[in-house]
Design a binder for this molecule. Structure first.
Ligand code: SF4
Length: 400
């Protein structure tokens, strides 16, 4: 099976108040050393895979530069990354090559570099087409900039665009959300990702909401129920526009589903480079486990100083559980017949009680050999996934 590559670029122009990723604002002076370190890791990928007892496929059919804001790197730095990937791996001629870009960074020179590097898909962190909403969380772009840059990308032949939207931003109302959705549809972008604001301790806005304060416009954040309604509205509007939901947070016109993200949900091999980059590779023959997951440190300092990786072997049982809670994210759901042939009948029978319970609660639906989330199940997906996790499937994680 071909490999997916993820390259993390943890640099941003500002830190958005809701962001809980391992990204931050760093001096441009840090970019050069970081790129050099990522290149070193790309060159050492086979050695690392061998040390961990994994198989590293040679052919790559998806490359994803995310973060962070990869479009902050200069042309020479991006070219070095593309050259390193092409030098180390065989990149399929039809590979999907995506770069996440912040609106406001897509200069004609950058677009030229992306095209020269083989980029054929751009993901734009728009979040909202309402300027007040975008600005309230620290985004620097305006609606007009987004529209201008989408036109520039399309003129350059880069029409395969994803737009990220966020439900639950400060100041968002039902009317303003419908406006963002209709603007998104009007751009003609073939892929849309819709996320709901996460309220947790890992972002400034999340902490403020938990504390009940008013910083970061926290008191203008719609309540949970309104945010869930916005999500359902997005499903309805995008589906009606022919941008069909295919995963909990992802919508696409036919044939424009993200190949890269599908690898995560269908347990195909991928390897990540850079800060907080995750990998999953099949175990080599003769191993007692089915696969190995590993990830790099989630801070720039720890990564640059060679901090240890977290390594989690995935047993057969763990792989079966993953097939459920990752596969159920997809609208097409999970094919039980396929799982029976991949894992044999006995372990699958152990999952039947969880399936029955979810069907009984209206969270899952069966159609032939397939099971999939209902729309209520999609809203409560974490509860469904938890039912497929057992002590047995949780393999020990170690650092290496
Ligand atoms: S641009 Fe993206 S990665 Fe960077 S701070 Fe904002 S949300 Fe986080």
């Amino acid at each position: 099976m071909p490999l997916g590559l993820y390259i993390s670029v943890p640099f941003c122009r500002t830190k958005c108040s809701y962001c809980n990723f391992a990204s931050d604002v760093f001096s441009k002076a840090a970019y050069e050393n970081y790129v050099a370190r990522v290149l070193e890791d790309i060159g050492g990928a086979q050695k690392k895979a061998t040390e961990l007892g994994c198989v590293l496929p040679e052919t790559v059919d998806s490359i994803y530069l995310g973060g962070g804001t990869p479009s902050l790197l200069n042309s020479a730095q991006l070219v070095r990354i593309f050259d390193a990937v092409n030098g180390r791996f065989t990149v399929a001629s039809d590979a999907e090559v995506t770069v996440e870009c912040a609106p406001g960074t897509l200069t004609p020179a950058l677009i030229e570099t992306l095209l020269a590097g083989g980029v054929n898909r751009v993901s734009l962190g728009v979040q909202s087409f309402v300027d007040q909403e975008a600005q309230s969380v620290g985004r620097l772009h305006k609606r007009a900039t987004v529209l201008e840059e989408i036109a520039r990308l399309r003129d350059a032949g880069l029409g395969n665009i994803n737009i990220d939207l966020m439900a639950g931003l400060p100041h968002q109302t039902a009317a303003s959300w419908i406006f963002s959705l209709s603007e998104t549809v009007a751009t003609g972008a073939p892929h849309v990702s819709v996320y709901m604001l996460e309220v947790d301790e890992d972002s400034r806005l999340g902490r403020e909401l938990i504390a009940g304060g008013t910083r970061y416009h926290a008191h203008f954040v719609p309540d949970e129920e309104a945010t869930a309604d916005f999500y359902l509205q997005a499903c309805e509007t995008l589906n009606a526009a022919g941008i069909a939901q295919y995963e909990i947070s992802n919508f696409a016109r036919p044939g424009k589903e993200s190949r890269h993200n599908l690898k995560y949900w269908t347990r195909q091999p991928y390897v990540g480079f850079g800060v907080d980059a995750h990998s999953m590779l099949p175990a080599s023959g003769g191993s007692s486990v089915r696969a190995v997951r590993f990830s790099t440190p989630d801070s720039l300092d720890a990564y640059m100083s060679g901090g240890s990786q977290m390594v989690t072997p995935v047993s057969d049982h763990g792989a079966l559980e993953e097939s459920f809670f990752l596969g159920l994210r997809l609208n097409r759901g999970v094919d039980l017949e396929q799982l029976r042939s991949d894992f044999s009948s006995e372990p699958l029978a152990g999952c039947e009680p969880a399936i029955e319970e979810c069907v009984g609660e209206g969270l899952l639906q069966r159609r032939g050999a397939r099971i999939f989330l209902t729309s209520r199940g999609r809203l409560l997906s974490n509860e469904v996934f938890a039912k497929f996790l057992s002590e047995e499937g949780v393999a020990g994680t170690r650092s290496a």
